[in-house]
Design a protein around this ligand. Structure first.
Ligand code: SIN
Length: 490
């Protein structure tokens, strides 16, 4: 697949700061590669502390004017941005597939998914209500109004190069915040194209600033934001380890944080489930993006009486998956993002086999396709002492565990420090209600594998983080409440 865009200028290699496309202060650059082939797609600015500081200066300069815009004006700009994203959908999908590796069909889906957050928050911008507080004392009126929190640092992952950044920037802009942003080092091209479209849509200079950086330089750039008191909020999607680092480092200036971190999602199939539906739900949830999502089921618990049947149905579907580069229109699973991801998936599968699991499907590196391809895999007879149980594999591996009772499986499902997503399948309505309440997760899929939506609150509990993205709740993370007490009214 070649880097050929209908609108060539969407390939940006510089930072967007204060409305200008500029190189890193040091002139340093790094290469962005295609995980399918290892070939270099483009080189981009390798930004550091000075660039981060310039971005914050620009965001600070633009803050007052943007905050004072009518919500309707901000909504109008977001709507234009939404239109431009859809008009350029094919180019954006091409960039996603090239730098991230997912099949074009999924990249097109991601563009629509990301755009839906922009449309949603364009509408929400006009619904930021406050309250007049009904009780109080005579001669006084008490009001609560909502104000933008200030400058937001948005730090985003590589697995959804467009959707994750859209669902952070759109609510920030809707709320009246200005933004400094750094996409993942592996996937800056989509994010920079998205920033260009925001510029074209009329986002004023300095309101959205974006810089690219390699891993080491990125730590330096983000470190500057964490220590800068002008940055009031950090929103991050990524690993729990990095989330904890961000929380620690921003404690000095007491920033508000939204952290959407790692998961270890259980997927439970009760014996009364519609097994065909459960397999379909698992396929959608587990193999989306080659298993590289935070809400991918990581542990699949199947009740003993239906274990064999479920495993057979699943094996038939997984063996039929087409693994191929994004350039193949029939591709359903692309490469993993990099060598580190390959090493982790192989280590998890090898560890499970060594400790007694059997490989029903897959379980190998697809060397003929390239360095980063791992076969979609189903493991059976998986037990709790294996790495796949306690670590997020982040790859196309479905480990199946056997359980006997509801009590037992709820205890197993909740026996993790994480709490992002959980799924279960049952046709017993009382069990549906009971298990929904007992699962410790921010998001529960009940007879459903595709849970994400711009209209729904997305986020975790425990070490999966805090804050919610999307939905009517998603704007609150970018707002503060000001209480105004007005006296001398009598
Ligand atoms: C994620 O993997 O972090 C997000 C997945 C989604 O939005 O569905």
């Amino acid at each position: 697949m070649e880097l050929r865009l209908k609108r060539e200028e969407l390939l940006r290699r510089q930072n967007l700061i204060g409305g200008e496309w500029i190189d890193a202060v040091t002139g340093s650059r790094y290469a962005v590669t295609n995980p399918a082939t290892g070939s270099v797609l483009a080189d981009v600015a390798n930004s550091g502390q000075a660039d981060a500081r310039a971005a914050t200066d620009a965001a600070n300069y633009a803050a007052k004017e943007w905050k004072e815009r009518l919500p309707r004006e901000r909504a109008g700009i977001l709507r234009r941005w939404h239109t431009l994203i859809l008009e350029n959908a094919e180019d954006l999908a091409t960039l996603i597939s090239l730098e991230q590796g997912k099949p074009m069909s999924e990249s097109r889906g991601e563009v629509a998914y990301g755009a839906s957050y922009v449309a949603w928050f364009a509408d929400e911008a006009t619904r930021i209500y406050g309250d007049i507080i009904p009780q109080g004392q005579r001669g006084k009126q008490m009001r609560a109004i909502k104000e933008p929190i200030g400058i937001v640092a948005a730090i985003t992952p590589w697995n959804f190069p467009l959707a994750m950044i859209a669902r952070k920037i759109a609510p920030a802009l809707a709320a009246g915040c200005t933004v400094v942003s750094k996409p993942a080092e592996d996937t800056p091209l989509t994010a920079l194209a998205l920033a260009m479209l925001a510029n074209d849509a009329g986002v004023p200079p300095g309101v959205l600033n974006m810089l690219s950086a390699s891993r080491d330089q990125g730590i330096e750039a983000v470190g500057d934001w964490l220590g800068d008191a002008r940055v009031q909020k950090v929103t991050f999607t990524g690993s729990t380890a990095v989330g904890k680092y961000l929380a620690r480092e921003s404690a000095g200036t007491l920033k508000k944080l939204s952290l959407e971190l790692g998961g270890n999602a259980p997927f439970i199939v009760f014996e009364d489930a519609d097994l065909e539906a459960a397999v379909a739900g698992l396929m959608a949830a587990k193999f989306r993006n080659g298993g590289q999502t935070c809400v991918c089921p990581n542990r699949i618990y199947v009740q003993a009486s239906v274990y064999q049947k479920f495993a057979e149905l699943l094996a038939a579907r997984v063996s039929a998956l087409k693994v191929a580069p994004a350039s193949d229109p029939l591709s359903q699973i692309g490469p993993l993002i990099n060598a580190k991801a390959m090493e982790k998936v192989a280590r998890h599968v090898d560890d499970a086999r060594r400790k007694g699991a059997s490989t029903l499907v897959g379980g190998m590196h697809l060397v003929d396709l390239g360095a980063n391809y791992y076969a979609p895999t189903v493991l059976t007879d998986v037990t709790n002492d294996m790495l796949v149980t306690c670590e997020e594999t982040f790859g196309p591996v479905a480990p199946l565990y056997r359980f006997e009772t509801e009590e037992e499986v709820i205890a197993l499902a909740n026996d993790t420090p994480f709490g992002l997503a959980a799924y279960f399948y049952t046709q017993d309505m009382r069990r549906a209600d009971r298990v929904s309440r007992r699962l410790e997760a921010g998001v529960v899929g009940l007879n459903e594998g595709a849970v994400a939506s711009e209209a729904a609150p997305f986020g975790g509990i425990k070490e999966s983080g805090y804050g919610r993205e999307g939905s009517k709740y998603g704007l609150d993370d970018y707002l503060t409440i000001k209480y105004i007490c007005q006296g001398s009214l009598d």
